[in-house]
Each structure stands twice: as structure tokens, then as C-alpha cells.
Design a protein around this ligand. Sequence first.
Ligand code: NAD
Length: 259
Amino acid sequence: MIRVAVAGAAGRMGRLIVQNVVEDEELQLAQAFDIREIGRDAGELAGVGKTDVRITDAAEMESKLEADILVDFTTANAAVENIRIAASKGVKLVVGTTGFNEEQKRKIEEYCKAVPAVISPNFSVGVNVFWKLLEKASELLSNYDVEIMEMHHRFKKDAPSGTAVKAAELIKSVIGEREIVTGRSGECLRKDEIGVFAIRGGDVVGEHTVFFIGMGERVEITHRAWSRQAFAKGAIRAVKWIANVSKPGIYGMADVLGL
Ligand SMILES: NC(=O)c1ccc[n+]([C@@H]2O[C@H](COP(=O)([O-])OP(=O)(O)OC[C@H]3O[C@@H](n4cnc5c(N)ncnc54)[C@H](O)[C@@H]3O)[C@@H](O)[C@H]2O)c1
């Protein structure tokens, strides 16, 4: 049995991870951490019945974390600290949290020299195929203008989405360096740039469209997620995959899926 601890267990993604871990016979829910709902049964909170794993205050993670793998869906600041703690204890990581700045990314790279970690801004299988398609389209349409639009629920804390940022990075790795412009107003004649636009509202789980726009035509590549289960199922695949990896370092979903 792979012992899984969940950070952010009271959150939208965390509850789904708890649910999927409890329902999977290869996995055991070992611990659940959050800064709210402390003391609540993590399984009951996730709607899968009593598990006897209560939500532990994340402030106590340093002394209490004991698992094979920590799955983190929290906030950027929280995740950096959680990754530090897990790495110092040799606990492997699956991190879905987004919104890291450059300094935080540097710290995470440093910490993950000690343990294997799958870190991905999007765990859905479809989005990972979407990223592959973008690489191909960028090769074939390298002289077209590229714009990215993403749409998420009204509660999302960061913008643009980690998925959109990764899409822009992949496209730049094929067509060359471009400035990222996150909105336009006033005098703003288009230069060699990639525009990234974030729409927020309601309960939209996650939508991304990349436009390759030429003279007289355009190609649009779209991914739409309408259930967070798409992310949770991918994260569970990552948990089972990383359980068999011993070489420390950061891996992506492309490694997990063999893309
Ligand atoms: N990689 C993916 O596939 C994917 C998919 C969906 C969401 N996300 C990202 O996952 C993160 C969480 O998203 P969400 O919609 O579940 O958010 P959410 O706000 O519903 O949940 C976050 C949870 O983390 C908790 N938390 C805050 N600080 C903590 C700490 N120090 N330790 C433990 N828990 C802590 C919060 O109390 C909350 O319950 C966001 O960064 C989001 O962008 C990634």
C-alpha cells in the first residue's frame, strides 16, 4: 500500500484527491493537512464516509508528516513550505499548486534535489495532449501571431493560469523568445508578442484556447475541462508512477504518461 498524505485536504482539489485515494485499493490515506476544517474527518469532508484520518493543522506538518507521498493542492506560498518539509523527510511529492514566482521556483528546484517530485500545473491527460499539439502547431505555424485565452471560476486566486503560462513557454521554446502581454489597453500596436487573457466567472472548471492567427485564417486549439476529476485522476496516476521512481528531481506529466 502506498501511504498518501494530502495537503489542502479541505479544498476543492484536496477533497477530490482524498476521495480518489480512499476509493483506490493500492493507496492508503495516511494523513490530511489544511489550515481550516482542522479536526474534521477528511473522508467525511470529501463525501466518502468516515476514514479516521482527521485534518491536521498544516502548521504541525514539520513534526507530524509521515507518508510515502505528499500530494499538494494548496497555494503557492504554502506549497513551497510543504515541499521543503516533505523533501527534508524523504517524502516524495505530487504538486498541482500553481502561481509560483521565479524565486519560489528556484527554491522548489533546490528542495527537489533530495526527492522525486511530479510537479505539473495541469494533471489532466487531455491538457498534456493539448500541450503536445501546441508544440506541433507552433512548428508548422511559426510565423503566425499567437494569442492565448483562458477561462476559470470566480474563486481562482492566480492569473494567468499555470496551464496558460506553460502553453506560452512551450510555444516560445519552438518559435523563439516573445514578450508575454497580459492585457492590452491604450496605444498598444501588436509587436512580436504572445497575448494571454484571463477570464474569471462562475464555476468554470478550466478552459484554454490558443489562437494561431495568420492573414485570412486562424487555427484554434481548445481544451475544456468540465470536471475536476480530470485533474484528480491524473494526479492519482502521478502518485502511482512516482511511487516506483527513486531518482530525485522534478518530473512532469509528460513523463508519467510517456508522451
Ligand atoms: N495541477 C492541476 O491539475 C490543478 C487543477 C486544479 C487546481 N490547481 C491548483 O491547485 C491549487 C488549489 O486549488 P483549489 O481549487 O483546490 O483551491 P482551494 O482554495 O479550494 O483549496 C486550497 C486549500 O489549501 C488550503 N491551504 C492553505 N494553506 C495551506 C497550508 N499551508 N497547508 C495545507 N493546506 C493549506 C486552504 O485552506 C484550502 O482548503 C491552486 O493553486 C490551483 O490553481 C491545479
